[in-house]
Design a protein around this ligand. Structure first.
Ligand code: SAM
Length: 332
């Protein structure tokens, strides 16, 4: 289904057709990626970050967060335990922590790839060469959200970072044959529905394989502490439109959705999402992966417990995938 930018804007502005939109996204999800939900075991291995993203609690200027860095052995063991518990994808996520050089990361990647798992990295902006070595060591996928395609807003939100470099990262990842994931925040201060429509069209243009969409959640130790949280329904609509327009991509029901609505992830699974990323990091660490408030509390439920999340997924008539969950091909 093709939509022009103006049509996307109209849908985002008009809440009277939301039920139609959500059920269409659910039908497109069923047709193109089926009823299986892919579980990805998320390891938040370091909260040390050199960046100063204005919305993020991990920004280096936040002195009140207790910083941690898991050792390579600890990361590898955590991944092994998650694989033994049935996870078929491990996601390694961190702040932009220079301790994890190309060499250190390649060692971690090749050790984890000895287990029966796909591997996703989400460690921020790196050089083409680093991405190439990570791929050669066995990394399959890479997540790096564009956050917003509004260049001015991007530059306001990310002092000393460049929009062009963010796009360069995504293009490099596609060139190197990764499954590339991107996505946006919904509800950043001064963000418009026109720019959200631009985000969706950007996902298509860049030929993204995975798209994570989450509402912005205001963090008290950031410059955006007085800003309002993003709107749950608007985030859901951006996600639903992304499913309808991009069809066969993998879309997580994000934890940030659940922060704003106690059933946020289950609702997202019924409005286009087909992936959940349970946190498999020890709570000793993940309670300090303080990107936004109340995240750690949500993680507590699912650490080491696939059963809870599996039960919820089955309760809405969906099944748990037993495969690696690569992007399904389109049958043209
Ligand atoms: N450093 C890596 C990167 O830049 O891609 C990965 C870690 S970063 C903390 C992961 C994601 O957290 C970001 O892409 C951003 O969208 C999300 N995030 C950060 N602060 C947030 C907030 N206040 N509300 C919602 N999501 C947030």
């Amino acid at each position: 289904m093709e939509f022009s930018k103006n049509e996307i804007v109209d849908i985002l502005k008009d809440d009277s057709q939301n039920n139609w939109l959500f059920s269409l996204a659910d039908r497109v999800r069923k047709e193109y990626v089926g009823d299986e939900v892919h579980l990805r075991g998320l390891i938040e291995f370091s909260n040390i970050c050199r960046c100063t993203c204005k919305y993020c609690g991990l920004r280096c200027a936040n002195k009140s967060v207790k910083r941690y860095r898991m050792s390579p052995d600890n990361i590898i063991n955590t991944a092994k335990n998650a694989c033994n518990a049935g996870y078929k994808t491990i996601v390694l996520q961190s702040g932009e922590d220079s301790f994890f050089s190309k060499e250190v990361m390649c060692n971690i990647i090749s050790e984890i790839k000895k287990f029966d798992t796909a591997l996703t990295l989400s460690i921020g902006e790196r050089s083409f060469e680093d991405y190439k070595f990570f791929k050669q060591s066995g990394a399959d996928r890479y997540l790096i959200r564009i956050e917003t395609t509004d260049r001015n807003l991007y530059e306001k939100m990310h002092p000393s970072m460049s929009f062009d470099n963010r796009v360069r990262c995504l293009k490099d990842l596609k060139t190197l044959g990764y499954e590339a994931g991107t996505g946006c925040l919904v509800g950043l201060p001064e963000q418009t529905v026109e720019s959200l429509a631009g985000d969706i069209l950007f996902f298509k243009e860049i030929d993204a394989d995975m798209i994570g969409i989450g509402p912005f959640i205001s963090h008290p130790q950031t410059p955006l502490k007085d800003s309002l949280n993003g709107d749950f329904t608007l985030a859901l609509k951006v996600m639903a439109l992304t499913r309808i327009i991009l069809k066969n991509v993998n879309i997580p029901a994000t934890t940030a959705m659940e922060t704003l609505n106690p059933e946020g992830r289950l609702i997202a699974l019924q409005c286009g999402a087909n992936v959940i990323m349970p946190n498999v990091t020890s709570s000793v660490y993940s309670e300090n992966y303080d990107i936004y408030p109340n995240k750690a509390h949500l993680d507590e439920d699912i650490i080491n417990s696939r059963q809870i999340i599996e039960g919820k997924i089955k309760s809405i008539g969906r099944t748990i995938s037993k495969d690696y969950g690569f992007k399904r091909k389109l049958n043209n």
